[in-house]
Design a protein around this ligand. Sequence first.
Ligand code: CDP
Ligand code: CDP
Length: 218
Amino acid sequence: MSEEQTKIVIAIDGPAASGKGSLAKKLATKLGYDFLDTGALYRRVALNILDAGGNVENQETSTKAALDFNENLDVKDLEDVRLRNDEVGSAASKVAQVPGVRQALIDFQRSFAQKCETGAVLDGRDIGTVICPNAQIKLFVTASVEKRAERRHKELQSRGINATYGNVLAEMQERDERDAVRLDPHLAPDHKVDVIDTSDMTPNEVMDEALKIIHSRI
Ligand code: CDP
Ligand code: CDP
């Protein structure tokens, strides 16, 4: 087996607050793989526009911001706590609709997966379909929109941010609609996607299920 073939790529896609990010991080730690939260790239582009007083709905502004960010990419820029704010998540889903933005971020994501030593875990919306279509493991992590809104609402409350459950649910539904095209696991070229519905699962149960799938596939 060549060195190339021994590298494992785990692609994890799914809607907001489905639990894909925490699962991806835990899997990477457990398996000793590199980890990339690709949503943070879109969030960073959106935050750069907002910081500069720009309009995230303007395609030219968004594409230029993504190209600038791509050229000067520093992974430290992905640690800004403001990236986690819901307004930034919402703005990220707007810039993510712009083809020029997606194109600008493709190379960084693909080379991250290729450059890993033993393996990489990437989470996002189009990892198994567009970024790493040859990933050995493709997980689609999902949950009901009500459950996801409940989780996000709890997260905001614990950070002292005031928001009603109703508003969080409405924002989540709006974001799902904007992200819909990329939220179809059947678009994966080989359809080898394992779906995990986390609605009634604890994070530990999700991790166990994911490990079971991974061991059965490799
Ligand atoms: O953590 P959460 O699922 O709330 O959001 P995220 O993964 O940080 O992504 C923020 C937004 O970026 C999403 O709503 C998507 O519109 C976009 N995104 C994308 O289009 N493709 C990706 N691979 C990752 C994120
Ligand atoms: O990355 P994504 O937006 O898909 O979700 P996350 O950040 O991993 O999880 C969103 C929230 O849901 C976090 O507070 C998790 O602890 C929680 N969660 C949960 O309560 N039960 C699960 N089975 C998975 C996540």
